[in-house]
Design a protein around this ligand. Structure first.
Ligand SMILES: [Zn+2]
Length: 317
């Protein structure tokens, strides 16, 4: 690794703040304090597997990037600010993360539909059969819409009429899943906004926005594991439905599967992912942005985000 200053006729912008480093005696940016090697500043080498740099194998690159983030120390050692930012592919990466997150809401909705269909089928069976009476059937369809009909899917989505706690007017279970999804997807960007307010204090006033976006995206992709929670809920449900003991004792899934348990599980899983995000963010601040007080900064920023959400909740509260 050559540490000889290169030809001074070439402009060498600092990858973090774009300060022109040509002619400097050492590859350390006087503006933002970040340290590099002349070799990495001058060459344009792609990252070994990053989604941004490998359009020729999208699926593999996506999976490897997502899995790579699970080992933050290694990830933020291999990814350097000197790796060229491909904004379009970085945006695509985040869009796919958002779609995967939204799929967890759809998963919960699908499960909710199946369970509601079961409830409705039993409710309809318990009504006296007055066949032939059209107005009675219409009333029955209104109270307990046929599974599979549009009215049924709307019923599964919308809040029951007697619920007054709903914010979005959706079924409480779906609404919780939606709110959880939105909170998590906004989390990295609120962290970024909080970091922006501290940039001058941290001597990072001039760090390029694209670099900061890259940091929050490769930390925020921790939330793409949220659909795992929906899968676990589905697995528990399937297990209970097919459990022989349940079948023989006549107890249904509803008795074994209270919604409170689901809320507790989804909440805990989301909290775990926030913790994973915070750890990754702390590592990124230290290794990528080369901040000196990375851990305390990461903790402080997460407290700011938590307080922001607490303020929003108290507004609705
Ligand atoms: Zn710099």
């Amino acid at each position: 690794m050559s540490e000889t200053p290169p030809d001074i006729s070439v402009s060498i912008p600092c990858p973090l703040c774009e300060y022109d480093m040509r002619g400097l005696p050492e590859p350390r940016c006087p503006e933002c304090g970040a340290r590099f090697t002349w070799k990495e500043l001058l060459e344009d080498r792609p990252h070994p597997y990053l989604f941004e740099h490998h359009p020729e194998r999208n699926v593999v690159a996506f999976l490897r990037t997502a899995l790579g983030g699970l080992r933050p120390l290694k990830f933020w050692k291999t990814l350097r600010p000197t790796h060229r930012i491909v904004a379009r592919r970085l945006t695509w990466y985040w869009a796919i993360v958002c779609v995967l997150m939204a799929s967890s809401v759809l998963g919960i909705y699908g499960l909710h539909c199946v369970q509601l269909a079961d409830q409705i089928a039993r409710a309809r069976a318990s009504y006296p059969a007055v066949f032939g009476d059209a107005s009675y059937r219409q009333l029955l369809d209104e109270i307990a819409p046929q599974p599979g009909s549009m009215a049924f899917f709307r019923r599964a989505w919308l809040s029951p009429r007697d619920t007054t706690t709903s914010i979005l007017g959706l079924d409480p279970r779906i609404e919780n899943a939606c709110i959880c999804c939105v909170i998590l997807l906004l989390w990295p960007w609120l962290t970024l906004a909080s970091l922006a307010t501290l940039r001058i204090t941290l001597r990072r006033a001039n760090v390029r926005r694209a670099q900061l976006s890259r940091v929050v995206i490769y930390c925020g992709d921790a939330f793409l594991w949220m659909p795992l929670a929906a899968l676990v809920i589905l697995a528990v449900w399937v297990w209970n439905v097919f459990d022989v003991r349940v079948a023989t004792t006549g107890r249904r899934w509803a008795a074994l599967y209270p919604n409170e348990l689901e809320e507790w599980f989804v909440g805990s899983f989301a909290a775990l992912l926030v913790l994973v995000f915070a750890i990754r963010f702390g590592v990124a601040l230290r290794r990528y942005l080369q901040l000196r007080h990375a851990v305390s900064t990461a903790i402080l920023l997460q407290i700011i985000v938590l307080l922001t959400y607490a303020a929003i909740v108290s507004q609705f509260g």
